[in-house]
Write a protein that binds this ligand. Structure first.
Ligand code: NAD
Ligand code: TYD
Length: 355
């Protein structure tokens, strides 16, 4: 029997994937309450949620996942029966220059959330409960030219970001093994799509092409990532929440491997077309720069388990997804300007008062 959530707590719902998830989930699950807990770091933007913020079933709370009393109160007040935990520091390059906040948010924040959920779940009157941890394929480390990550691949993170996500996954495992908590854990590949902060590869390239700025490609540009459209990811998360086996891990991937340089070439060529520039114009902006330290060479997900057990399939082809994404960025230049300048914080002030 499928689990049917009635009131979910989403953490990090103002970020890239969390906001796409809320938009998608609320349109597919009318009547289910959604409480979005987000502290609004540089990466959190309430403009991503225009529309759903008028829905009476939606509530935004600005707060920290490390704030145990706040979480305890929200769980009770909203009679939460499912937690979907996206909140994190998510950018590898930032973790290299400042790892501490990654440990605080990603490891300690997850532990606080798990502990409050455990107490609530053990004493709760809600008939059923799920805790879903959103993780990454980066916990598995790096692959050579062949092979795929399965759910049984040993964890071998290489960056402070992926190490902190691994710490969180291990705590989730421990809460299931020790307390029997009904946890779920998803590990997905690189997402792309609307509302992606332009510090990550695809939106950064789009933004720099618009502004005719250099396109920094790390190292030899031959590192490989497996790209998944954020809407396909959102539906996969919903599918795992409703049908996943408590205690299980599910890999989520698009079976869509690209070398970085090939992605950059593709984005350049498509944008030359969209912007009416001569073919080759944007490629001339490509600048090879010093490699990222500890740069993982290749990620590739084996998503056979979620396909087989839960019948999930990605619906986007990369061809259509990347065109749609470029068009979204070109149509939403104001959004890009707001997130890069920090202007979007003003949206919070107009909606919720000055902070
Ligand atoms: P993001 O950086 O765009 O958003 C993170 C959100 O978390 C922001 O809204 C931020 O304000 C919020 N947040 C940060 N610290 C918080 C705190 N202490 N309390 C409450 N909220 C806090 O990240 P994203 O790309 O949307 O990633 C979401 C999740 O998915 C993360 O757990 C990430 O590790 C995972 N993931 C992302 C990708 C990807 O390609 N982006 C791939 C695999 C896994
Ligand atoms: P990124 O979007 O940061 O995601 P992740 O490191 O989590 O996979 O980077 C994707 C790939 O693109 C990665 O191999 C690093 C590379 N990259 C560049 O070459 N140049 C850039 O400016 C950025 C941000 C990333």
């Amino acid at each position: 029997m499928q689990f049917r959530p009635t009131s979910i707590l989403v953490t990090g719902g103002a970020g890239f994937i969390g906001s796409n998830f809320i938009n998608c989930f609320m349109s597919r699950n009318p009547g289910c309450r959604v409480t979005n807990l987000d502290i609004l770091t540089y990466a959190g933007n309430l403009e991503n949620l225009r529309g759903v913020d008028k829905n009476p079933d939606y509530r935004f709370v600005r707060g920290d996942i490390c704030d145990a009393p706040l979480i305890a109160a929200l769980l009770v007040e909203e009679k939460i029966d499912a937690v979907v935990h996206f909140a994190a520091e998510s950018h590898v390059d930032r973790s290299i220059t400042g790892p501490e906040i990654f440990v605080k948010t990603n490891v300690l924040g997850t532990q606080v959330l798990l502990e409050e959920c455990r107490k609530y779940w053990q004493g709760s009157t809600v008939p059923d409960f799920r805790y879903l941890q959103i993780s990454t394929d980066e916990v598995y480390g790096s692959l050579g030219d062949t092979g795929f990550f399965t759910e049984d691949t040993p964890l071998a993170p290489n960056s402070p970001y992926s190490a902190s996500k691994t710490g969180a996954d291990l705590l989730v495992r421990a809460y299931h093994e020790t307390y029997g908590m009904p946890t779920l854990n998803t590990r997905c590949s690189n997402n792309y799509g609307p509302f992606h902060f332009p510090e990550k590869l695809i939106p950064l390239m789009i933004s720099n092409i618009v502004n005719k700025k250099p396109l920094p490609v790390y190292g030899d540009g031959l590192n490989v990532r497996d790209w998944l459209h954020v809407k396909d990811h959102s539906i996969a998360v919903e599918t795992v929440l409703k049908g996943g086996k408590p205690g299980a891990v599910y890999n989520i991937g698009g079976n869509n491997e690209w070398k970085n340089i090939d992605i950059v070439h593709l984005v350049c060529d498509l944008m030359d077309g969209s912007l009416g520039r001569p073919q080759g114009d944007s490629r001339s902006l490509i600048t090879f720069v010093k490699d990222r330290p500890g740069h993982d060479r290749r990620y590739a997900i084996d998503a056979a388990k979620i396909r087989r057990d839960l019948n999930w399939e990605p619906s986007y082809t990369f061809e259509s997804g990347i065109r749609e994404t470029i068009a979204w960025y070109l149509d939403n230049q104001e959004w890009v300007a707001h997130v890069t300048s920090g202007e979007y914080q003003k949206y919070y002030d107009t909606q919720y008062g000055t902070h």
